[in-house]
Design a binder for this molecule. Structure first.
Ligand code: PMP
Ligand code: GLN
Length: 383
């Protein structure tokens, strides 16, 4: 393995899901729902397969999906993206992030990331030969946020891009307009490209609204906006994502993407196009349902003795393990199947400076109520 990949080992999601399978523990680690997406979307995929959509689609993606993404961006955010040249279908948001970083960052460039960060960001930056510059999100009054002065201080002459994930995995923070404005200001002032990961765009709670960074003045021109169908339509295994960006940036990403995968699988693209046009009511119900599940799991975790931080979005809740007498989340999550028959994710693995996250553990609530209740009952044994 090349030197710059050696620090990464196996992704924590694979490690923890394997631990759940091996021990039979309840898996509140890896974030995937245990129920299916909208039935008509599933039917559309089956129809696509039986209808012969089984050969290579065009490299940038099936036109129907690019058009549906374009219409969705316009309708929800007032953003215009031309389906021909400003939208690219990818193999999930993961490929979108990797292709974007590889296309836009030279070796030695710096990329700002908010830690804790989704693990593929660090690996994508390393593959490109660029260097990540972490800005730490810290809990302030129960919500993870950043200090704009620290953001400014992280930017130097070699900084090329900033990776912004909101709603944010693993903290559940949804950046406010003020936070986004601070990021936009820095991008404009320092001529940075923003790469935004918005895969949880529809999964926000308590009336909190997701605002794309690209909607801020001057930002559309310098933003590569990324999302995917996995979370919105409970189809994480379909690995269907997309990039929306101004033409020169899209062209650059496509130049790399064509040699990573050439194109993404066809049947899912047609089905996701259907879902983007017709299933947003289903998504609204999913969001309400997830909010109830969030509260259900938070109550269970609090009763078990964790300090619980309320997320405004995503599938995840952060807990502070110190009230239970634990100090190291990695050690605890490795023991947790034996202690309580539950698997969770140690937050510290998403930091460059793990000391900031050592006492946090992430639990996923995108599960059936009976699964959440059983996990909570088991975790009560920790107290
Ligand atoms: N970004 C974030 C923040 C995620 O949580 C995930 C996992 N769903 C991804 C990207 C990957 O998305 P996809 O499965 O579409 O590649
Ligand atoms: N995004 C999901 C999570 O954070 C799953 C990621 C993965 O399996 N790579 O749990």
């Amino acid at each position: 393995l090349i030197a710059r990949m050696r620090e990464f080992g196996t992704t924590v999601f694979a490690e923890m899901t394997a631990l759940a399978v091996r021990t039979g523990a309840i898996n509140l680690g890896q974030g995937f729902p245990d129920t299916d997406g909208p039935p008509a979307m599933l039917e559309a995929a089956v129809r696509a397969i039986h209808g012969g959509l089984n050969q290579y689609p065009p490299g940038p993606g099936v036109p129907e999906l690019r058009q549906a993404v374009s219409a969705h961006r316009k309708e929800h955010y007032g953003l215009d993206y031309d389906p021909d040249g400003e939208i690219l279908v990818t193999v999930g948001a993961t490929e979108a992030v990797a292709a974007t970083v590889l296309a836009l960052c030279e070796a030695g460039d710096e990329v700002v990331v908010f830690e804790p960060y989704y693990d593929s960001y660090a690996a994508a930056v390393a593959l490109s030969g660029a260097v990540r510059k972490p800005v730490t999100l810290r809990p302030v009054a129960g919500r993870f946020t950043f200090d704009p002065d620290e953001l400014r201080a992280a930017i130097g002459p070699r900084t090329r891009a900033i990776l912004v994930n909101s709603p944010h995995n693993p903290t559940g923070t949804v950046f406010t307009r003020d936070e986004l404005a601070a990021i936009a200001e820095v991008c404009l002032e320092r001529d940075l490209i923003a790469i935004t990961d918005e895969v949880y765009e529809h999964l926000t709670f308590d009336g909190v609204e997701h605002v794309p960074l690209a909607t801020f003045p001057g930002m559309r021109e310098r933003t590569v906006m990324i999302s995917s169908a996995g979370k919105t339509f409970s189809a994480t295994g379909w690995k269907t994502g997309w990039v929306c960006a101004p033409r020169p940036l899209t062209t650059a990403v496509q130049a790399v993407k064509q040699f990573l995968t050439f194109t993404a699988s066809a049947p899912w693209q047609v089905a996701v196009a259907h879902a983007l046009r017709h299933e947003l009511g289903w998504v609204a119900a999913l969001r309400d349902d997830l909010q109830t599940k969030r509260d259900r799991l938070m109550d269970g975790l609090a009763a078990a003795g964790f300090e619980v931080l309320r997320p405004a979005g995503t599938y995840f809740v952060q807990t502070d393990i110190r009230p239970l007498g634990f100090t190291d989340g990695l050690a605890l999550t490795r023991e947790l199947p034996g202690l309580a028959g539950v698997v969770a994710i140690p937050t510290q693995v998403f930091y460059d400076r793990p000391e900031y996250g050592r006492h946090f553990v992430r639990f996923a609530f995108c599960k059936r109520d009976e699964v959440i209740d059983e996990a909570a009952a088991r975790l009560a044994a920790l107290a």
